[in-house]
Design a protein around this ligand. Structure first.
Ligand SMILES: [Zn+2]
Length: 127
């Protein structure tokens, strides 16, 4: 990896953290409203569930981006946290916060896929 690439990744990560910090701050106002209309209330409840789910995901992304910046400072940026192979520069260009090489990420995504399916079930029941 060239110093130029490193600089670019670091700039992208810093921008990403700033963006996510702004988004997650705005979500502080997930409110609990009581509605007279039962249908509205059901709708509001499922929107809250969705908002909490999105917030959770954004906080995870924020944590990953911050961890990647820490790896810049402490060393280990661009190294898979699972198998310690180099993460492909093209992958880093698309996702500089990536923790894993594509092979380990795909393995993790398969587990996450099941988790997300479970969350959708939950939303389906709330709606
Ligand atoms: Zn790996």
């Amino acid at each position: 990896m060239t110093q130029n690439e490193l600089n670019r990744f670091q700039a992208a990560l810093t921008a990403r953290v700033a963006e996510l910090e702004r988004v997650t701050r705005r979500r502080d106002d997930i409110t609990v409203e009581r509605n007279a209309d039962q249908l509205d209330e059901i709708q509001a409840a499922s929107q809250r569930t969705l908002a909490v789910y999105n917030l959770d995901r954004e906080f995870n992304q924020l944590r990953e981006a911050r961890a990647a910046i820490r790896r810049f400072q402490e060393g280990g940026f661009g190294i898979c946290q699972e198998c310690e192979d180099d993460i492909h520069p093209k992958r880093l260009a698309a996702a500089p916060w990536a923790l894993y090489c594509i092979r380990c990420q795909e393995a993790a995504d398969r587990n996450l896929g099941e988790h997300e399916a479970a969350s959708r079930d939950l939303l389906g029941r709330a709606a």
